[in-house]
Write a protein that binds this ligand. Structure first.
Ligand SMILES: Nc1ncnc2c1ncn2[C@@H]1O[C@H](COP(=O)(O)OP(=O)(O)OP(=O)(O)O)[C@@H](O)[C@H]1O
Ligand SMILES: [Mg+2]
Length: 277
């Protein structure tokens, strides 16, 4: 899939990160969270970030989402500054914390981005019903966030991020709070949804199989200061080929091994598909 996107060099990248460093000033001194990050995400491409805790994955996502600014380097989203892209609501966000509004029921939370964009009441209700069915929460439309489990709240947040069918999704361990069965179902759904809507995704995860199952490319990061160690292309075919069966395939395990070895700082045996940035 990344091969087809690579065939369209004139397309404006969904995300373009060039020479980005992020240094935090703390009471104990400075912390270099990110160093010399270069990354291009093509429209419609699914890219996962994986790496040890504290390597700067969330920081990178927060920079793309304009929740923080880089110390050096530049960053654009669909050719716009991160700030302009945020103002134009170019992307949907689902982060580690569900971040729901406690005084709004589930439907009203999902409808929030639509409301902000002036979508009418009937259209909002129809869209939220559709999304609730998708995340398996149709019976909870009138519930309030504190009446839901952590995993259910997370599914509401995912539904909300999809409300406007954004062409970019920024997701930070969105499935971390889900049980294994639900997690795999949501992964399959996410592959389907992004294929249907043509959305690009930048997806942070700690799970190697999750990264491999979902992604066109996996970005492997090294511990502090967070750098990109390698980027590997996952050659498991199109969304249609990412079935439940794929999880049992030899090719799937091969890709899992490659990412695992890169994470451990080894050069994978018989490495395939690893590109030089
Ligand atoms: N606002 C902040 N102020 C100071 N330091 C920060 C801030 N945010 C992040 N850091 C530091 O930057 C580094 C990267 O943090 P970040 O949250 O991006 O890691 P991560 O890769 O997402 O980790 P995890 O997998 O545990 O979520 C850490 O050392 C962290 O302490
Ligand atoms: Mg994080």
């Amino acid at each position: 899939m990344s091969d087809t996107t690579a065939d369209v060099p004139t397309a404006v990248p969904a995300v373009l990160v060039e020479g980005v460093d992020k240094v935090f000033d703390t009471k104990k001194g400075t912390v270099t969270a990110l160093e010399q990050i270069d990354l291009t995400v093509a429209p419609g491409e699914f890219v996962s970030l994986i790496g040890p805790s504290g390597c700067g994955k969330s920081t990178l996502l927060r920079l793309i989402a304009d929740l923080d600014t880089p110390t050096t380097g530049s960053l654009t989203v669909f050719g716009k500054t991160a700030r302009q892209a945020r103002i134009d609501q170019e992307y949907g966000i689902a982060f580690q914390q569900a971040g729901l509004l406690p005084w709004r029921d589930v439907s009203a939370n999902i409808e929030l981005p639509l409301e902000l964009h002036g979508v009418g009441k009937a259209a909002r209700a129809a869209r939220s019903a559709e999304l609730l069915a998708l995340v398996g929460l149709s019976d909870f439309a009138d519930s309030y966030p504190d009446q839901l489990s952590g995993g259910m709240q997370q599914r509401v947040a995912i539904a909300r991020s999809l409300a406007e069918s954004p062409r970019l999704l920024l997701m930070d361990e969105p499935f971390g709070a889900l049980d294994e069965m639900t997690r795999e179902r949501m992964q399959t759904e996410l592959v389907r949804i992004t294929a249907e809507t043509g959305a690009a995704v930048v997806f942070v995860t700690h799970s190697i199989p999750e990264a491999v199952y979902l992604s066109n490319r996996v970005v492997v990061m090294s511990p502090r200061p967070g750098r990109i160690r390698d980027i590997t292309t996952v050659s498991l075919g199109s969304a249609a080929e990412r079935t439940e069966q794929l999880r049992e395939d030899e090719a799937f395990f091969e890709n899992v091994s490659i990412v695992r070895e890169l994470l451990h700082g080894e050069t994978p045996v018989g490495i395939r598909g690893v590109e030089n940035r």
